[in-house]
Write a protein that binds this ligand. Sequence first.
Ligand SMILES: [Zn+2]
Length: 255
Amino acid sequence: MTFRDKAARLLQLTEINEAEHGTIKSDGALNHHLWSDGEYLHRDLVNRFRAEVKDHYFWHQGSRCCYCSMELQYHGRVFDAEHILDKYGFPEFMFFPDNIAVACVICNTHKSTKSVLTGNDVRPVTIPTQSEDYKILHPHFDEWNHHLRFDDIGRILPVEGSAKGTETISICAMDGINFLRLAQKFSPGSRKDAYELMCKVVGYRSPRKIEYALTLMQELAEQSPDAIAVVETLREKVTQMQAQRAAEAAAAIAG
Ligand SMILES: [Zn+2]
């Protein structure tokens, strides 16, 4: 299996009752810290809610991260409860099972408080429940494999034409895992350096720095046709990025 099916949503809590759920929802709406505040009066309710929701999604997501679909281990340090609408920006939805999934620590950390709604200017009154309300693939409203796929070397790529796939890769910074896969094309002694150079190349804005990093990578790639192909592909990607940045800058000036 190389993807996860969309999880069945958790529609009925069993560990806390409706009134208790109402209490933590309304308190949480005023203070996002209540998700993990050990001093909170109703922390026992939060703990039971959190454990139930995390457990539900862990098992219903095929024990995979809702974004990158990497295999998770059943251990608290390996995965997080992920708030699709982040709990800092949208504390009013913090205790809604529809707004929670399980994600790997890396995706969760990178996604952080980045905006994921399509209608950025309008704050939703109720939790948006349509796929098209979200720029990224929604763990409960979208099928993973409609938007993302693994290629034959294990990179995570957008399904052709999927804007959600592209946006999810960007917001969760999946380039990192993809660069690890590509680094395997280099000789074992060069892999770490190649990986670090790939990360730098896409982060740099200065054409001179980009060219220098690519030249160093080219040297690491010598002797290996597969590695040389990686450098060439990266060069094309960077050229596209630069063209896109130039177009955005021109549009900003014109606008
Ligand atoms: Zn992940």
